[in-house]
Design a protein around this ligand. Structure first.
Ligand code: COA
Length: 197
């Protein structure tokens, strides 16, 4: 069966929030995120995307069921703490579009959907006049006890799509890892791709 991929904005996102929240929790529990998900938090987070002008959720569906999604939002709508490293290094947050997350059910990987996510998110960012795309990725040590045998980091995949990691652009995000009683800080590294100029 074929996977349909479409870009949603505004109210079209609202209708998808429960399914998207559940899929995020299902997928981000795995390494390297190890996220002990909270559906209410996820719903609030996705609601931000629905309400902020310029944001997009690209949805992959098969037989009417959501099997994957990729989110994006003008970087200015992200919290100040995310802008700080950029501003400190001379970037203008107004020039950036932020790729939130991309997720795809394991059964649907390796079929070209990620490539369509990138192309559509990029087209959306260009349509808003963004000069740069960025996203951030959690940094886990190579010897992390939860790292599955044979785990392949996505670094080469992101390079394939034109992104480069920026060692000077780092942030911290808090969430509760699976098996932990409390939230903890997680070091994040930004990756950047130039779109124009
Ligand atoms: C991230 C995710 C959506 C990727 O989807 P996927 O279907 O597994 O992606 P693919 O393996 O098909 O790879 C995508 C592209 O990278 C290329 N690629 C794969 N391995 C590569 C490598 N080692 N080096 C260079 N390119 C590579 C593929 O050829 C493909 O490109 P193409 O379509 O232009 O040919 C999916 O793995 C996922 O949901 N992971 C869990 C959540 C996550 O980590 N999300 C990312 C951060 S938020």
């Amino acid at each position: 069966m074929s996977v349909e991929v479409r870009a949603c904005t505004g109210d079209a996102i609202v209708a998808l929030i429960p399914q998207l929240a559940a899929l995020r929790v299902e997928i981000f529990v795995d390494f390297p995120y190890l996220y002990d998900g909270d559906l209410d938090y996820e719903a609030r987070y996705l609601d931000l995307y629905a309400r902020h002008e310029g944001s997009v959720v690209i949805v992959a569906e098969e037989a009417g069921e959501i099997v994957g999604a990729s989110t994006g939002i003008p970087f200015v709508h992200e919290p100040e703490s995310m802008h700080e490293p950029f501003v400190k290094h001379g970037w203008d947050p107004n020039e950036l579009f932020y790729g939130g997350e991309s997720i795809l059910r394991a059964t649907h990987r390796g079929r070209g959907v990620y490539s369509r996510f990138h192309a559509m998110r990029e087209a959306h960012a260009r349509s808003l006049g963004a000069t740069w795309l960025t996203f951030c990725a959690v940094q886990r040590p190579d010897d992390h006890p939860e790292r599955p045998p044979g785990y392949a980091p996505l670094d080469d995949v992101w390079r394939h799509f034109g992104y480069a990691p920026r060692e000077e652009l780092n942030a911290t995000m808090r969430w509760k890892d699976r098996g932990d009683a409390e939230e903890s800080d997680h070091p994040m590294r930004f990756w950047v791709k130039r779109l124009a100029g």
